[in-house]
Design a protein around this ligand. Sequence first.
Ligand code: GTP
Ligand code: MG
Length: 179
Amino acid sequence: MSSPKREFLFKVLVVGDLGVGKTSIIQRYVHNIYSNCYRATIGVDFALKILNWEKDTVVRLQLWDIAGQERFGHMTRLYYREAAGAFVVCDLGRAVTLQSVQRWKDDLDSKVMLKNGKPIPAILIGNKSDLLPHGARVQNVENMGLELEFKDCLMTSAKDNVNIHEAMSCLIKEMIANK
Ligand code: GTP
Ligand code: MG
């Protein structure tokens, strides 16, 4: 006899400046593919990932890939509705994208919250770690993660498939804990 399955459906937002690698992270996670060419996302794209989480739990992730250019738009309130968690992504090769992290975090916290009024769990991602010299310090990104009360902060490479699954698992744990 099979044991009853728990099922979760989570809406997850992926935000951050233009070209930081949001689409690449999602493509790597969902399809395990990567491309060097850059095609800016227009508005929002969606991807679905279904995974077996522990023995009898199924998690459905609805990933909302929000265009970097939307920071200057008025659509984010609509996109953020009922999200359970978020990634804010910056580009380790471009310091200016780290400066935008606070703007993105504030945008999230002012427009979406959990039913209990708390902020949705958010993870800070420093992407393109493959561009840094091996063992390079990323203290400024980690400090930003602590200062802005992100649940965690991870350095990833969509290109080399580093820490992508770890980042997703980290957020899934936070979202399940809120259930
Ligand atoms: P918008 O849709 O405009 O908001 O950008 P985005 O955040 O979705 O960025 P996208 O994933 O399209 O990636 C932008 C560029 O960065 C592309 O040329 C990617 O190939 C490149 N890129 C993405 N991830 C990595 C990475 O981990 N390492 C390196 N070296 N390049 C990456
Ligand atoms: Mg994109």
